[in-house]
Structures are given as C-alpha cells and as structure tokens.
Design a protein around this ligand. Structure first.
Ligand code: GAL
Length: 425
C-alpha cells in the first residue's frame, strides 16, 4: 500500500511539474479531452500568480467541469515566455489561449495569422459596450478584434518608501516636479546614507525606466511620435532623456542584472531603497507584503509625467489550431465578465478594462489609477508591448542592456536610431 501511494505521489509530482509553470513544452494538456483548457501566461509566482489564482477560482465556479492547465513560464514582462510561446506557435503546438499585450505586440501575432478573429464573441457577449472605445480601437485590426483584455496597467508609476524619504528630510507625499528635481532628491537620499536609492532590476525594467524618462522629457505627443517616425530618435528631447537616464543610473543597485521586477520592488518594501519605477502590478506586491498606500509606501506618476497615463493591457487570445477551442472560449468569457475582472484585478493591482466596475471594490491606489485613466492623456508602453512590435522593442532592450555596462550615451542614441530605422523602413 505504501509503495502504491509513493508511486501515486511521484506521478502527481510529475503531473504538477508538467501543468504548473511548464517550460513551455507541450504544457501537459490532452488534446482528446475536451474538458481542459491550457492557459499560457508569465504569471508564475508571487503576487502575479495570486492574481491568476483568483481568476482561475472564478473560472472554476463559472465552468466547474473544465480543468485549468497552467502553462505559465516564469519571467517578468514575458521575458522568457514570449520566446517559449513563439517556438510553440512555430511548431504548431499552440496553447488554448495565451496572454499578450493590446497594441503593437498583438499585431505581430495577427500578421503571422497565429490568432483568431473574436468579433463574433464580442457581439455575443456585448463586449463593445463594456470596454472603453479607446481600448477597443487598440485591439482592432482591419475591423476585427483578436483578444479579450483582462485588465489595464499603468507603467509610469514611481513607488516610494515614505520612511526612507522622511529620514532624508524629504516630504514623500510631494512628488518632485521634474526629473532634475528628482535627481537632486536622489542625491539627498544618498547623502542620508542610502547607497542605492533607486531600485532597479533586469534589462526590461531598465527599458521601462528609460520609457518613463522619454515621456517626461518629450511629453505625451513627442513620445507618441517616436513610434510613427514623427519624433526623431536623435532629437534634442531624446538626447536630454538619455542624459537624464544616465544620471539616474548613477543611483541604482549594482546587482540589477539578476533581479526581476519583484526583487527590485522588494528592495523598496524592505526600506533599502527610496524609489522604484514600475508598473502597477507592484501595487499587489506592496499590499501582499502587508503595506498600506499612504503609510509605509506611496506612489506618484514618475516625475515629469503627471497627467499622462502610460498604458498597457493584458489580453487573451484564441490561437489558430487551439486544441480546446470551446473551453478557451469559456476562459475568454470568464475574463470578460464583470465577476472575472473583479476577481482578477482586485488582486493584481491593475484596474478593470470594463467600464461598469465599482471603484469602491478597489483599494485607494487603484481608485487613483481609475481616475487617471479616465482623465489623463494616454500613451502606449514600450516595455509592455503596446507601443512597438516585438522585434523593435527587443532591439531597444538590447541597446539599453548594453548601456548598463558601457554607459556610452552616443552609442545608445545610435542604436536607438538604427532600431527605429529598421522597424519603420
Ligand atoms: C507586464 C504584464 C503585467 C505584469 C508585468 C510583470 O508585461 O502586462 O501583467 O505581469 O509584465 O511581469
């Protein structure tokens, strides 16, 4: 009996390894079993997994007969997932649904004819009436809609440890008005004895910091012009931004290369840095660490970007050749439902994509994000797939990564110019 149990336990462990956080292989689903849905994301651990779990719980209550198969691939911003997904799609082994970003990134999958038109599902569920027109526009290509958004995140948020700032004699509730003013505060915090006051992580988090500085120095219109060629990548505004970015990098922790976003946010949570620029998935990390907005931590739009909402939305697709199409449609139905969006977003730190949500269900930070989303100028995030196709953002990311070690501003600008030329030609 004992032997049989241990074999069973072993089989269970293998099963879990296949279904949970798979390496992006087969994903462990059975194409002949219609009552399964294999869902591919990069929400593999920590606060992101908690958000996914909340969504799965709601899915299980809406569709109790369908087994959720978790094909998450760890790595913030899809840093490992996107390559794993590409190889699955190329080899004709798609998951039943996968996470992508609304905007340019989605266009890549559409152009490659890897995902299906969901216009009928939108009509059936009346989704055009419940998602904001702006968002529908970003999801539509040639009159067709190819994904269902689960949420809206903001990428231009600075996370602030209040006690660290107070100890440096700075009022944490007052955001500096410009990047220059912020740099002088960073110096003050450093002088107060905090070696690396600005926490940062791996390459994509550096690209997100640069993106924030570009918005601050170019303004919403100038920044938007980077993506259609109307703002030159060697313009004075970009040069100022690169110079600011270089100065900011003088205040960061040196072990950044090995840190994902959550590890970088944790440095602020622990009071070992004053600031971290990150999307508002960090809200989930702060609250799940037991901290309260306005007390242990606070947030501002990154200095110089007040009035601008740097937008991204996670959006789920139906791949061509999905083995469990019907169950995938059920997953998309749960995601789009008021209950699904509430279950997910209250935990994830994002705001619901649906306009009929009740702000009172959300925390104070999220209520402020909802207000900004409704009133601010919206721009598209680079680091999170909204502004540029994958090839272009990968080129920018490599240039930013290289700058981290050589700190050569001219070389960075040249690489940014070259990346734009090859993307827009
Ligand atoms: C973004 C994604 C967010 C969050 C973040 C960090 O690209 O849209 O939902 O997961 O990456 O991993």
């Amino acid at each position: 009996m004992r032997k049989r149990m241990s074999i069973l336990a072993g089989a269970l462990a293998v099963g879990l390894a296949l279904t949970g956080c798979s390496s992006g292989g087969s994903g462990g689903s059975d194409p002949d079993n219609p009552d399964q849905v294999e869902v591919f994301t990069w929400w593999a651990s920590g606060s992101e997994k908690a958000g996914l779990d909340a969504l799965v719980e709601e899915f299980n209550s809406q569709y109790p007969d369908i087994e959720f198969i978790n094909a998450a691939v760890a790595g913030g911003a899809g840093s490992n997932a996107k390559a794993a997904l590409a190889s699955r799609l190329e080899s004709g082994n798609p998951p039943d649904t996968f996470q992508a970003h609304a905007g340019a990134e989605l266009s890549d999958y559409i152009a490659a004819e890897q995902i299906q038109d969901l216009s009928n599902l939108y009509d059936e569920l009346g989704l055009k009436d419940v998602f904001p027109a702006d968002l529908i526009e970003r999801l539509t290509v040639d009159g067709k809609i190819y994904s269902v958004p689960s949420n809206i995140h903001r990428a231009n948020v600075t996370w602030v440890n209040t006690e660290v700032l107070e100890s440096a004699g700075i009022d944490p509730m007052k955001a500096p008005e410009s990047i220059d003013a912020w740099i002088s505060d960073l110096q003050k915090v450093k002088d107060s004895g905090v070696d690396a006051p600005l926490a940062i992580g791996t390459e994509w988090t550096q690209m997100q910091l640069l993106e924030n500085v570009l918005i601050a120095d170019l303004g919403a219109e100038g920044y938007a012009g980077l993506w259609d060629g109307s703002t030159a990548w060697d313009s004075d505004g970009v040069k100022t931004a690169v110079d600011h970015y270089d100065q900011l990098m003088n205040f960061v922790n040196q072990d950044y290369a090995g840190l994902d976003w959550d590890a970088a946010s944790q440095i602020v949570i622990d009071g070992n840095a004053a600031y971290n620029v990150m999307g508002d998935w960090a809200e989930a990390a702060f609250t799940q660490a037991g901290q309260t907005w306005g007390t242990e931590y606070t947030t501002w739009p990154t200095p110089g970007t007040d009035g601008v909402f740097d937008f991204l939305a996670d959006s789920f697709t139906l791949p061509v050749g999905a083995p469990h199409e019907e169950a995938a449609t059920d997953w998309l139905t749960t995601i789009s439902s008021a209950e699904g969006q509430k279950a997910f977003n209250t935990v994830k730190g994002s705001i619901p994509a649906r306009t009929d949500a009740d702000p009172a269900d959300y925390g104070e930070y999220q209520q402020s994000a909802m207000e900004s989303f409704a009133n601010d100028t919206i721009v598209s995030s680079l680091a999170h797939g909204a502004a540029a196709p994958i090839a272009w953002s990968s080129d920018i990311s490599s240039a930013v990564g290289k700058f981290g070690s050589d700190r050569d501003k001219d070389a960075l600008i040249q690489a940014l110019v070259a990346a734009a030329e090859s993307a827009l030609s």
